[in-house]
Design a protein around this ligand. Sequence first.
Ligand code: ADP
Ligand code: MG
Length: 687
Amino acid sequence: MTDIAGAPVQELRGVGPKLAGKLADYGIHRVDDLLFHLPLRYQDRTRITPIAAAVEGADVVIEGEVRAADIVFGRRRSLVARLQDGSGTITLRFFHFSAAQKNNLRPGCRLRCFGQPRRGSSGLEIYHPEYRQVQEGEVLAEESLTPIYPTTAGIGQNQWRSLCGQALLRLQSSPPRDLLPAGQLPYDLAQALSYLHAPPPDAPQALLREGHHPAQLRLALEELVAHNLSLHRLRERAQQEGAPALPARPRELEAFLASLPFTPTGAQSRVLGEIAADLARPCPMLRLVQGDVGSGKTLVAAGAALQAIANGYQVAIMAPTEILAEQHWGNFSGWFEPLAVDMEWLSGRTKGKKREATLQRIGSGKAALVIGTHALFQADVAFHRLGLVIVDEQHRFGVHQRLALTEKSSREHGRPHQLVMTATPIPRTLSMVAYADLDCSVIDELPPGRQAVSTALVDSNRRQQVVERVAAACAEGRQAYWVCTLIEESDALQAQAAEATAAELQQALPQLAVGLIHGRLKPVEKEAVMARFKAGDLALLVATTVIEVGMDVPNASLMIIENPERLGLAQLHQLRGRVGRGSEASHCVLLYQAPLSANGKQRLSAMRESSDGFYIAEKDLELRGPGEVLGTRQTGLMEFRIAELPAHNHLLQQVQDLSDQLREGYPELIEPLIQRWTGAAQQFAKV
Ligand code: ADP
Ligand code: MG
């Protein structure tokens, strides 16, 4: 189905059906596709280094005469050869070798070797060099830097080099089609590709390593444009399917708002209005609501849900963790029960008869509002008339999961509308590439009376003082969180660590009621602990990062985070957002383990300096890169072949402009561009 002109790879020397099959796994079907399989890095084999000039850790080509070759019996048996040129000698060491190999390395024979010297027992040594016998004066074959290609098992470097080399030869007579509007780019496509597959010996290697060579920028630009276009296309396809028009229901909305103990902030009202207008249109809403922790996104979700329900449609709300889903359940039951809305709960733990009954009520349309975890998009869940899907904490879900839920509706009414909410503000630069398929609303105002949380960095050797501080705060009737972190993903280990900390703190603070919450507790147990903390029966709550989202206890005004250097900024910001919800001044103590890395220091300082989620997100992006910022499950979306963010941030404006130009003036180029860069990935994106 590709319409890129080009011969199939089988036309190349050495490519039979088997290798063609392996190449297909890389999305490489045509000779041109090979050109876009770009090297990761390069080796310089273009000149011979005198042995005396070889340095530890740097690849070199050396040439010399074998002086001695012996099997040495040390801690490990090895074959050791001494190689000498006019400048000095070096040791070649082989731990794996054959008898033939030993016999070939006769004193007096001349070898050319490639490898990386390291410091060994006899001075500089090269372990397992690549080598071959040469005649004196034989010229070096390599005229350009040697590319190292990304590969997994099955295709070796020499194979890649031969394949790409053949593709490069063909490029000279039939260059791949330039798909970007001409005249504004520093390099043309063929130039950039030839350069990157075979850079000249004097190529600026440092620039190439950093991805800032103009040839790389040329391709990165094209790749980002292709990516942006593919998101736009996803969006257009969704829009073509249509959606139920759900007109605004001002009477229901006003009645609901009037029942609340507060009035919406200006930002909440504005976003509610934007969503109401989207829902009224007969094409699916695809809207991302960004709002800092505590900005009141739940209310906005409720307004949207109400509009769909009042129009006779079902609404699904999906949260990434049970605790958060439970929190929503609590809020929505309080708000919607007086309005007689039928609600259902569905999580992975809803099993057996109960699950059957729940699925039945979802399938028949009796359930108007369904709240749950990712269990909502399992295969056996079918909705009757799903009109709106709300996904909370978007960054935890991949784009594929997001799309999967919208497939859940019977299609007579089109696609359901979609609202995704995230408390991790996505930096604008990143959202342009990661979320070009979504409209954006920002709740840029906190409810009145919130106070900024003051944040302190404390070395863990002053832990005792921190414990005393907890005692003092609780003595004044305040409540506190103590968050334990572990690098391990395992719930069991995290739970263990939290248990140990809780026991230790209870012993140090016998006068306080200490509670414990972690991911291994049963939902009822978790609920009970949360209820006791909320009611003020517990003064100190020891927790794993499960409390990151969903805890809302205004009287809690102190948070201790142990080993914060292990967490990303976005996660720390989320955690810290659990305090500062009441009228009291709140504090956060980052109890770090010294010594901090330079990066760790910068991250924690950013936390101390700012409570602005957008600032923190930009810092996070700068310090950790987009994969981490968007959450690991999202990284598939952000795996570029050559583009790298944030290193290529400065290209993003041009990406946007080119993408607009193509969509307006050159629509016929869009499909080939997307195919070229995302051919293999596209198939998954369709779900
Ligand atoms: P988040 O955006 O982090 O999901 P929530 O929706 O949980 O925030 O809201 C945080 C808290 O603020 C909740 O207790 C909620 O009831 C309260 N809240 C929301 N909107 C307002 C408002 N306009 N005025 C006062 N409090 C509000
Ligand atoms: Mg929330």
